[in-house]
Design a protein around this ligand. Sequence first.
Ligand SMILES: C=CC1=C(C)c2cc3[nH]c(cc4nc(cc5[nH]c(cc1n2)c(C)c5CCC(=O)O)C(CCC(=O)O)=C4C)c(C)c3C=C
Ligand SMILES: [Fe+2]
Length: 409
Amino acid sequence: MVALSRRSALALAGAGVAGSAALVACKSSKPDPVTDAVAFTGEHQAGIVTPAQDRLHFVAFDVITKDRDRLVQLLKDWTAAAARMTQGRDAGEIGAVAGIPEAPPDDTGEAIGLPAAALTLTIGFGPSLFRRFGLGARQPAALAPLPKFTGDTLDASLCDGDIAIQACANDPQVAVHAIRNLARIGMGVVSVRWSQLGFGRTSSTSTGQATPRNLFGFKDGTRNLKAEEPDLLREHLWVQPGDGPDWMTGGSYLVTRKIRMLVETWDRSPLAEQEMIIGRTKGIGAPVGMADEFDDVDFTSVGADGEPLLAPVAHVRLAHPDTNNGARMLRRGYNFVDGSDGLGRLNAGLFFIAYQRDPRTAFIPVQRSLSGRDELNEYIRHVSSALFACPPGLSGPSDFWGKALFEYE
Ligand SMILES: C=CC1=C(C)c2cc3[nH]c(cc4nc(cc5[nH]c(cc1n2)c(C)c5CCC(=O)O)C(CCC(=O)O)=C4C)c(C)c3C=C
Ligand SMILES: [Fe+2]
């Protein structure tokens, strides 16, 4: 049997040979150059350390059923649909246009003819899920709700959620199609709590990727954890045996923060001040006082005025591992522009995404350091916050999202 993508199925449909597709998981965790598909199964979920794609559609769901079996069935159905869509196929076995005219199609159709576009679908479970379905004792200690931080201006309707799914792809229509179909399949069991579209990745997760820029115009993601650093990934990204609970071994904790950026105010500030606030040059992205983007941050040199070259309030000083007891995380955020705010300003910013082995020793201390002193706070507002436990990758066809969490002795 052959695996037919939406593209080849469309082409072959004309020749009358569509309908014999079978799921074939591709082996590599990098996009397959022929099918442009990222493997759906593996040790870790795709969409974390796999190369960051250009587009995002992120959704947080509330579970609206009290029936545990219905939720487990949905997780099975979602897994099957996600396996198909990440390989460039329709969400359902029949597809968008091959079904009977009397029934709604099992795929919505807007991705017909589009490739897999390196689509990854990554699932996470929020703290609120563990208050139900007998999951209380299964909640990881690391999954305690995030604390309030100085300056937070959070909108509760944009925070938290029982289940999150991150869709990343190199085509926005492919990412939106995936989330739309998962929401459709979940009708009656889950409802969308909040969602976010993103464009322009704001970090690299591989040394092979150029460092992109955020909406303040600075290179972002220079000193990110990268796929080529397995020792650091073990230490800072993946939950290790013994960290507990077992169902999270090989997984990672996901923090999202929607951060509005007051771009109009930023755009009126002088270049030298922008560089002082970030602690890096805007052009090359080098740490202040250094020449190259990948030079180490210089904490100690002082200028002719006797003041440190790297300001005490500079973002990269306050976010640096040396300032935070060695804390590191894998950032995977996206720019967003959600139209304008009715006052003539863009509603724009950074949808910050960070994965880590334990938020208590990574995101939380770093955000405490930033929220207290970071000069960047004059120009940003945190409006949404969430934390999710992302289990390890799926082992094969009999595994499904959440199996080890829900099915235990
Ligand atoms: C709590 C974690 C962080 C938040 C929130 C955050 C917001 C934020 N960051 C930028 C722009 C840049 N950040 C940079 C580096 C950097 N930022 C964090 C953490 C948070 N940032 C870390 C851990 C680091 C790396 C520190 C280090 O190890 O040196 C940079 C420099 C380039 C880079 O290394 O990535 C920029 C630029 C914005 C605009 C923002 C909120 C909107
Ligand atoms: Fe940052």
